[in-house]
Design a protein around this ligand. Sequence first.
Ligand code: EPU
Length: 342
Amino acid sequence: MHPQSPLQHNFPLQSLNTFGIAASASAYVRVQSLEQLRATLADPALAAMPRLLLGGGSNILLTGNYAGLVLHLALAGREVLGGDASHHHVRASAGENWHGFVQWTLSRGLGGLENLSLIPGTVGAAPIQNIGAYGAEVADLFHSLTVLDSATGQIRTMDKAACRFGYRDSVFKQAEGRSLIIVDVTFALPRAWQPNLRYAELAQELAGQGQAAPTAQQVADAVIAIRRRKLPDPAVVGNAGSFFKNPLVSAEQCAALLEQFPALVHHRQADGSEKLAAGWLIDQCGWKGRSMGAAGVYPKQALVLVNNGGATGAEVVRLAQAIQADVQARYGVRLEPEPVFV
Ligand code: EPU
């Protein structure tokens, strides 16, 4: 096989972004091996173009056609490594589907990733925004990852500290991490597995089923059931999951808001700050189920913006700005979008 996969021009991206926005890329390459990735990066004509790394397309909003090269990372492969005394190590290539990988670990009797079931996207994208749900995040189960530095052509391994994980954040979202292309990720799954039922709704779901001591697969099934009830399936209704991050405010600001809005949903953080529920703020502003053009707010979860059919990126942006303005006016809180605007 020739190491460089065919370059395509004016390539349609609608099926490659979960929002289902119709837009095209001026250049597109689907990368299926490390050699192909190196060859593509070494091509002087391609290296000079603006570049978008695309995984599952589940965390981007296309605001127009992309005038540059879309590198679609489709590297495949997964393996169970030996691990150490306390953990099994499992590795997957960047292009593997996240949920498929989680199910694969569970089918091998390896628990740990079950709370992160059904999150759309790929393994390689998971560390970038440190995906999290139902009381767990990637950083909790992370061991290391391999990057190709597109600036130097070097391959290197990065440990957890080097990734600088935060809430929906990592070094890969910062300027110094922008040249790094994640090619595979290794997870450390505890040999002494215990269910993580910190998230009240998940604990209730399992208790309701009479599961006092659930298996990892049973936890996964409960997470899948909750997600199916609350979140739209991107294959049916275009969306990119939570459209805004849950905002962090100071303890003082939270206390002042609570005086005015006693029902305010807030969670104290380790550093004393408070995390507010953006979905609650948006819901209280009356946006749940409302639409502007073909862009709408999902009727069952106000934090999720949806494409009701044929929405443009610009329509979604207009809706997001209207929501931000209302939340700012009523609560004095700025909502920051979670997906990357392209
Ligand atoms: N709420 C409302 N109205 C709404 C939505 C939420 O009042 O329309 C309230 C809920 O009643 C609850 C609180 O807001 O008291 C939090 O809601 P929920 O438990 O649904 O979670 P979330 O904070 O809205 C976050 C993540 C999700 C993740 C869930 C479960 C962010 C930005 N979002 O949502 O992640 O699945 O917790 O852990 O942190 C994603 O990032 O794309 C995503 C879906």
